[in-house]
Design a protein around this ligand. Structure first.
Ligand code: G6P
Length: 369
């Protein structure tokens, strides 16, 4: 087992560090560098079929659901297709409305999650075509879906998902751009800029990983907290949910993620002197709003770690600590901003002496309902 961990103390840390490679693998063969466009040679979803899609359901569980929340932003902003995202265990029992012009996208690392598989079958029974984003070739979900994008992230052993998540998010960028290309909802120069920025992501993740020690120090400072909050707006809210889930599943610290604008509708009551908050602000158009939310919580005693792109030189004035990540296209920021959150969760669990790869009560693949 030690050999399989490649010298890392845990599978989770190994998998976090594998992300530059797994991201490259997800993109490999799907970007036509010469034509500077997306090529989806193995997808089977032809341009004529893409043009007919009027609505998308994204259905998944856990971390894959959080990737789906990013997918919603991607499809809506690039391909102008309205999207609903559902947790699979809710979707299958809420009698969703289907039509021939809909596409259901299921996301599952293992391809075996019972509720996600049941949602796939429910969608197909109602006449919707299903596209699966999965990491396991030959899994039940891969076999039953009409179209498959394999994430090619390699086996993920740690229960807390890391590289599978970033590869699922990349798969959404590829798919969203492909749809936008087909539907001509994106200008060529904007598409090329996004593609170029995507190819930079693996090296940028690598760069963030070289600062792991600073994050380890932050983790040591929160390990005795009984509660934590993660806040953000838009895409940053989706990433906050994932950061919060990562922290609770392996450190067992109670943690909540909030859309920053919702704080004043209840959660603000929980903020007191010394409450630790991680605030994500990678979206320039939402930055001012975030600063005002941060000011509100700081006035009530919160101690805030801000996460921002390095071209944002203002955030440090409003927070206690700042973690800067390389600048990228705003739509792509989740791939980078989630890395420090994965490391915070990992190092906190290690500092607490927890069984990082096999957290209590949890399973890697949930094949029962
Ligand atoms: C379990 C795992 C999570 C995962 C979820 C969905 O709860 O512990 O890490 O996100 O299942 O799994 P899937 O294989 O469908 O992505």
């Amino acid at each position: 087992e030690q050999a399989e961990k490649d010298g890392f103390d845990h599978y989770m840390l190994k998998e976090i560090h594998e992300q530059p490679r797994s991201l490259r693998n997800t993109m490999a063969g799907r970007i036509d560098e010469a034509k500077r466009e997306i090529a989806m040679p193995d997808l089977g979803l032809l341009p004529e079929a893409v043009k007919e899609i009027e609505k998308i359901y994204i259905v998944a569980c856990g971390t894959a659901y959080h990737a789906g929340m990013i997918g919603k932003h991607v499809f809506e902003s690039l391909a102008h297709i309205p999207v609903e995202v559902d947790v699979a265990s809710e979707f299958r029992y809420r009698n969703p409305l289907f039509s021939q012009k809909m596409l259901t996208v299921v996301v599952s690392q293992s391809g075996e999650t019972a509720d996600t598989l049941a949602a796939l079958r429910e969608a197909q029974r109602n006449g919707s075509r299903v596209l699966a984003i999965t990491n396991v070739v030959g899994s039940s979900i891969a076999r039953e879906a009409d179209y498959v994008i394999t994430t090619n992230a390699g086996p993920e052993i740690a229960v807390a998902s890391t590289k599978a998540y970033t590869s699922q998010v990349i798969a959404f960028y590829l798919l969203g751009l492909y749809f936008a290309q087909v539907k001509q909802t994106i200008a060529a120069n904007e598409r090329e800029a996004l593609l170029h920025a995507m190819t930079q992501l693996p090296d940028q993740v690598e760069k963030i990983l070289t600062h792991a020690d600073e994050i380890r120090a932050y983790a040591a400072s929160i390990k005795d907290e009984s509660q934590m909050f993660f806040i953000g707006r838009g895409l940053d809210y989706a990433v906050s949910l994932e950061g919060s889930l990562k922290l609770k599943e392996i450190s067992y610290i109670h943690s909540e993620a909030y859309a920053a604008g919702e704080l004043k509708h209840g959660t603000l009551a929980l903020i007191e002197e010394g409450t630790r908050v991680v605030a994500l602000s990678t979206q320039a158009h939402l930055h001012e709003k975030m600063v005002s939310n941060i000011t509100e919580i700081k006035a009530r005693g919160a101690v805030v770690l801000g996460i921002a792109l390095e071209d944002n030189m203002e955030l440090h004035r409003s927070v206690d600590d700042v973690c800067l990540i390389p600048a990228t296209h705003p739509l792509l920021a989740p791939i980078l901003s989630v890395i420090p959150l994965q490391l915070i969760s990992y190092y906190t669990a290690v500092a607490l002496g927890n069984d990082v790869d096999r957290p209590r009560n949890l399973a890697k693949s949930v094949t029962v309902e």
